[in-house]
Design a protein around this ligand. Structure first.
Ligand code: SAM
Ligand code: SF4
Length: 459
């Protein structure tokens, strides 16, 4: 941590000693990681975490802007938290992240929800403690949505939410401007973290006992293009594969237009690099892909899938799909279904198109009723569920390596963990196995998860 920042934290610590905070996170893994940074900043400044908003002196909502649903959730949470201010006059409420990075949304929150003390954007984390102090003194909602694309986050602390798995961002922002997506507007242009800083952070995580790291970026494949030295994402993975102590390396998300054969080979031969690609296709229709500005064709995508599957034995591929994009006709949708049947993904995350402010697709004529979109989503999900179940059935009687995450929430006698291919496995064991890699024989494959039996343990 840089000494200047440490000094600021020590001063604010005095002010906040004994105070409690509660952070609620909406959205993607990058947001989860940002919340870990927010938590660490608050803890260094004297706050301690609590499990419910009712106990808190400070509530922070870390928002998502990708679709309307998580935005609506913020309004409902803010309505609920207004009542808590009646019982605790000193309660501070802050709203941050992707949704509030948008100037019109920040203004709307200030005008509509007077009980909000602070509204901050995705670039404001290094200034969070000063902003909270300012908000404490101010009678008005404080807003900070400055766009400081090149402000460093390297010196910010992290409170890891899991003891042996860590997120590790490698590239921030996005340059792709897919026509439906708000991310480039709220996360800024692409900024790769330095090669050496990432390696140093991975080594430090391994020394602290973390066994699995997940490299994060909106498009990890474009890592390095803005750095001196021609380092590619494949080079980064190769180097990380040599870090002692790490057992598993994951990464997401891969953009199909930038996925290189060198990367596929690197995953094939890097023994710590997990055999899983999250490779969002979005649509199986070339006409719609073009309107989405995805810059690849269904043919290119299916070729990639073929190469990945033929190069990496046992690989899992997951994807994202948008249905009901403006202008999507039944025949476009049928091409998406056809792609699903050819690609045979292990799983997909499918969404109904949600028009987003500023994006090119928001201006396109939306030709479909909500009922048609819902019906397409349901048809797609049904087909995918059958494929997922069929793929999981191939694992019956196979012994897989599971990284145990801990006892199941609903049954403490059942342990849960994940395979290298990111599949959830449940198995019975009375031993404490959290953080360990164990062999599990699959005895009951299901659509969403697998039930197994711990090898070597008597039942
Ligand atoms: N960077 C990743 C990529 O290019 O695939 C994904 C980022 S986005 C946070 C996650 C997923 O949300 C996307 O893959 C897309 O399927 C979905 N998504 C993004 N914008 C959307 C919108 N306006 N409506 C519906 N789904 C959307
Ligand atoms: Fe959004 Fe496209 Fe960037 Fe992914 S690649 S974050 S979908 S603009």
């Amino acid at each position: 941590m840089n000494p200047e920042y440490r000094g600021q934290l020590q001063e604010t610590r005095f002010l906040n000693e004994g105070k409690k905070y509660y952070v609620i996170t909406l959205g993607c893994q990058m947001n989860e990681h940002d919340s870990e940074v927010i938590s660490a900043i608050l803890e260094n400044a004297g706050y301690s975490p609590v499990l419910t908003p009712e106990e808190a002196d400070l509530i922070i909502i870390n928002t998502c802007a990708v679709r309307k649903k998580p935005e609506d959730k913020v309004a409902s949470l803010l309505g609920k938290y207004a009542a808590l201010k009646c019982d605790n006059k000193n309660l501070m409420i802050a709203v941050g992240g992707c949704m509030t990075q948008q100037a019109d949304v920040a203004r709307y929150i200030k005008e509509r929800f007077h009980h909000v003390n602070l509204v901050f954007g995705t670039h404001a984390l290094p200034r969070l403690t000063q902003l909270l102090e300012e908000a404490m003194r101010s009678r008005e909602t404080v807003i900070d949505i400055e766009e400081e694309y090149y402000s460093s986050r390297e010196n910010l602390p992290i409170a890891h939410s899991k003891p042996f798995q860590a997120w590790l961002p490698v590239i921030y922002g996005c340059n792709n401007y897919c026509s439906y997506c708000v991310v480039p507007y709220v996360r800024g242009r692409e900024r790769s973290r330095s090669f050496d800083e990432i390696i140093a952070e991975a080594r430090s995580l391994a020394e602290q006992g973390f066994v699995e790291i997940t490299l994060l970026g909106q498009n990890v494949n474009s890592y390095g293009h803005d750095l001196p030295g021609n380092h590619t994402f494949a080079d980064l993975l190769t180097k990380l594969n040599q870090v002692d102590g790490l057992k598993r390396i994951r990464f997401l998300t891969s953009h199909p237009k930038d996925l290189s054969s060198k990367l596929i080979e690197t995953v094939r031969y890097g023994e710590k690099i997990c055999e899983h690609f999250h490779l969002p296709v979005q649509s199986g229709s070339n006409r719609i892909l073009q309107k989405m500005n995805r810059r690849y064709s269904r043919e290119h995508y299916l070729d990639l899938i073929k190469t990945i599957k033929s190069t990496i034995p046992g690989v899992a591929i997951t994807s994202d799909i948008i249905v009901g994009f403006p202008g999507e006709e039944e025949k476009d949708f049928l091409e998406t279904i056809d792609l699903l049947e050819h690609a045979r993904f292990d799983n997909t995350f499918s969404f109904i198109f949600s028009p987003r402010n500023k994006t090119a697709a928001a201006a396109l004529k939306n030709n479909l009723t909500h009922r048609v979109k819902e019906e397409r989503l349901q048809r797609l999900n049904e087909i995918q569920h059958n494929i997922s179940k069929a793929i999981n059935c191939l694992l019956i009687n196979q012994v897989v390596e599971v990284l145990v995450e801990g006892p199941s929430k609903s049954n403490p006698e059942v342990q849960t963990g994940r395979t290298r291919t990111n599949k959830l496995v449940h198995f019975k064991s009375s031993s404490i196995l959290s953080g360990k890699l164990v062999p599990v024989k699959i005895i009951e494959p299901r659509t969403w998860n697998l039930v197994g039996k711990l090898e070597g343990e008597q039942s």
